[in-house]
Each structure stands twice: as C-alpha cells, then as structure tokens.
Design a protein around this ligand. Structure first.
Ligand code: AP5
Ligand code: MG
Ligand code: ZN
Length: 215
C-alpha cells in the first residue's frame, strides 16, 4: 500500500503515519525528517534545507524531489510506503506520480487530516520531538513516560526550531498557498480520504483504519 499523508502543520501527519507504518509493516518516509537528519549530519542537503525550514518556507521542489526519489528507490519501499509531508506542491505530486508509474505502482489513498488553526498552534507549541529517532510527543496530549526522554529509544526530547509562533504562522500560510491545492488534486484523482483530527490520537487512528478498511 502506498499512502500519502496530507494536512497542515500540526494536524498529526507524523503521529498517524508512524502508527500506520507499524500496523502495516511498511516504512514511514517523512520529507521533514529526512531534511532534519541531513542537517544533523551537516550535509550540503541539510544546510541548504535549513535556511528554508527556519523561515517556514518550502525547500525548492528540485531538491526535495531528488531526495525523496532516492529514498523511495531503496528496497524497503518495495512493499509500500507511508509518505508524510511529501508531496507538498502540485509539481511534487506530478513527480511522485511519474516516479511510482515507472515502478508500476500507484498511490492507494491520500489521507487528509484537518484541524482548526488555533488547535494547530496549540499542538505545535506543546510538541516535543526525539533528537535521536524523531518520535513525536506532546506535553499535553501525549506525554513521554519520563519527562524529556523518548519512550522508544531513551533519546533527548527537544522543541523544533520551526515551532516558534512566528514560524508556525508562516508555515500555515505557506501550507494554504502552496499545499492546500493538493486537496482538490487528490479529490479529482478519486484518492482523497478526509479525516477530522478531533478526539485524540487513538480515535483519529481508528477513523483512518476504518476509512481504509484495514482491520
Ligand atoms: P515537516 O516536518 O513536514 O512539518 P509540517 O508539515 O509543518 O508538519 P508537522 O511535522 O509540524 O506536523 P504533523 O502534521 O506531522 O503533526 P504531528 O504528528 O507532529 O516540514 C518541516 C519543514 O521542512 C517545512 O516547513 C519545509 O521547510 C521542509 N519540507 C518538508 N517537506 C517538504 C516538501 N515536501 N517540500 C518542501 N519543503 C519541505 O503532531 C503535532 C503535535 O500534535 C504533536 O505534539 C502530537 O503529539 C500532537 N497530536 C497529534 N495528533 C493529535 C490529536 N489527534 N489530538 C491531540 N494532539 C495531537
Ligand atoms: Mg510531521
Ligand atoms: Zn527516540
């Protein structure tokens, strides 16, 4: 199964993608995580991406598409993948379609998770992320067992530099302008599944599994 997670910053794409990946036994490929890994390693890709990420702007399509293409070419993606944060522009969506087509694959569904803007800002200002494995926590809705430590790997939790209020506002704006057209794009392709992100993480997961008829 090849799935795309779509939605504004803070909607819960990463949270739900990780749960789905575990359930389906396929990789969770998050473009933002790939950029943050590259930055941690101080590669040229990471340093290029940083200047855009810090401002809440999109990294240019060319760079992003090449990075994701390389990741999707690895053999662990042969049996399917959960894409999170990619595609984010119409151009990226077209590139993805072509890429999968060349491998005789298709997208099975685009899961659009939505939430009100004040809720997005609230979630992002209380999000903590594992520096080591990128697992996602929330001090209000999903706290780690031990404060400041990842439940999965024991890594240190930190607040993402782009989760400060000014950058969050710009990310939401950029989402509206450049990414939200993908809602109509995937609706036209007959692939859109809309999920309201109310009711907590587990309830949202249940709604997604029901919509995809996964038992
Ligand atoms: P990226 O890392 O993709 O960030 P984003 O899209 O802004 O989305 P977030 O990761 O902030 O939100 P999410 O939906 O994953 O929410 P989460 O599950 O964490 O991108 C970062 C940057 O990288 C971009 O700005 C850009 O510069 C660059 N980039 C990445 N991809 C790109 C691309 N394709 N093209 C160009 N540039 C690209 O949840 C948020 C919080 O809420 C967590 O604390 C979580 O615990 C909590 N939560 C989740 N669900 C619920 C719920 N149902 N109820 C209560 N709390 C919840
Ligand atoms: Mg995310
Ligand atoms: Zn961790």
């Amino acid at each position: 199964m090849n799935l795309v997670m779509l939605g504004p910053p803070g909607a819960g794409k990463g949270t739900q993608a990780a749960l789905l990946a575990e359930k389906l036994g396929i990789p969770h490929v998050a473009s933002g995580d790939l950029f943050r890994e590259a930055l941690k390693e101080q590669t040229e890709l990471g340093l290029t991406a940083q200047s855009y990420m810090d401002r809440g702007e999109l990294v240019p399509d060319e760079v992003t598409i090449a990075m994701v293409e390389e990741r999707l070419a690895r053999s662990d993606c042969d049996g399917g993948v959960i894409l999170d944060g990619f595609p984010r522009t119409i151009e990226q969506a077209g590139a993805l379609k072509g890429l999968l087509h060349d491998q005789e694959k298709v997208i099975d569904a685009a899961i659009f998770i939505d939430a009100a803007e004040d809720e997005l800002v609230r979630r992002l200002s209380s999000r903590w992320t594992c520096r080591n494995c990128q697992a996602i926590y929330n001090v209000i809705s999903n706290p780690p067992r031990v404060e400041g430590r990842c439940d999965i790997c024991g890594g240190e939790l930190y607040q993402r530099a782009d989760d400060v209020p000014e950058t969050v506002r710009n990310r939401i704006l950029v989402y509206r302008q450049q990414t939200s057209p993908l809602i109509d794009y995937y609706r036209d392709e007959g692939l859109l599944v809309t999920i309201k992100s109310e009711g907590g993480i587990e309830r949202v997961q249940q709604k997604i599994l029901e919509a995809l008829q996964i038992t």
